[in-house]
Design a protein around this ligand. Structure first.
Ligand SMILES: Nc1ncnc2c1ncn2[C@@H]1O[C@H](COP(=O)(O)OP(=O)(O)OP(=O)(O)O)[C@@H](O)[C@H]1O
Ligand SMILES: [Mg+2]
Length: 251
């Protein structure tokens, strides 16, 4: 098993069961969808996987490593990257520098060397900038390489966030509502990029409220309601189940 595997994962906050006994896998080469109403526990699940929270019970494995109780930096070094529901960027830094910061995120030593302007670090920085340019091209953002990230439209800022997450060359990408607030055309353009990333072998977990978008992209769909998985499997079959319709679409 080279992907992500959650077994009987639960997380409580005081008396609240935010995530209850969730078991699921996210496989390389696939987009796995996760939907559910507001407060269902989707972001909590991403926080558990990325190490921001520890499970109360249950285990999380990436490949053969147990990552259930690793800190976020360690989880990231194992090959898991994420985006956040609200955008977090270096707003005054250029798009290119934001992406390069993603490469450096887990290598404090090289970042220090870069800040000190050492020649070895300058060569390394040039290499990273080239790799960043490849990502910018993939996301159609080359023209904005030198634009301060804070000056970009919302949709373009989202792209920068994704490129920064991908700069660390993860095995698993966790996307928490990546196309929220975008129109269908912008969302579909990003959807094509997600598909091409999965085709390159990345495991993708996609959390999204836009059902049309999820159904067009995912190979497997999970539905979370009040912390519990209420359906899993083929996206269109899951979508058709009466209790999913009731929970997700309000009856
Ligand atoms: N750190 C926390 N402390 C206490 N309660 C929390 C914490 N994080 C989440 N919760 C609660 O856990 C439940 C699940 O929240 P979560 O943010 O995971 O839902 P979500 O499915 O991502 O919702 P949305 O669609 O609105 O983003 C909610 O009742 C929320 O208030
Ligand atoms: Mg959320």
């Amino acid at each position: 098993m080279s992907g992500l595997k959650l077994e009987h994962v639960s997380r409580t906050f005081g008396g609240l069961h935010a995530v209850s006994d969730v078991s699921l896998t996210v496989s390389p080469g696939h987009i796995t969808g996760l939907i559910g109403p507001n407060g269902a526990g989707k972001t909590t699940l991403v926080n558990l996987i990325s190490g921001l929270l520890f499970p109360t019970t249950g285990t999380i494995h990436l490949g053969n490593s147990d990552i259930s109780r690793l800190e976020p930096d360690t989880v990231a070094r194992q090959g898991i990257a994420r985006t956040f529901q609200t955008i977090r960027l270096l707003k005054d830094a250029s798009v290119l520098d934001n992406v390069v910061a993603g490469f450096h995120r887990h290598e404090r030593a090289s970042l220090t060397a870069a800040l000190l302007g050492l020649p070895s670090a300058r060569r390394e920085t040039a290499r990273l900038r080239e790799q960043a340019a490849t990502l910018l091209e993939r996301f159609g953002m080359l023209a904005y390489a030198l634009t301060p990230a804070g000056n970009l439209s919302y949709g373009h800022q989202r792209r920068v966030e994704m490129m920064r997450a991908l700069a660390s060359q993860p095995r698993l990408l966790l996307l928490d509502e990546p196309v929220a607030g975008m129109n269908d055309r912008e969302a579909d353009a990003l959807g094509e990029i997600f598909t091409s990333l999965a085709e390159d072998g990345l495991a993708v977990l996609l959390i999204e409220h836009n059902l049309r978008f999820v159904l067009s992209l995912c190979q497997v769909l999970h539905v979370l309601d009040a912390g519990c998985l209420i359906a899993s499997g083929d996206p269109h079959e899951v979508r058709a189940q009466a209790h999913v319709v009731a929970a997700y679409l309000g009856g």
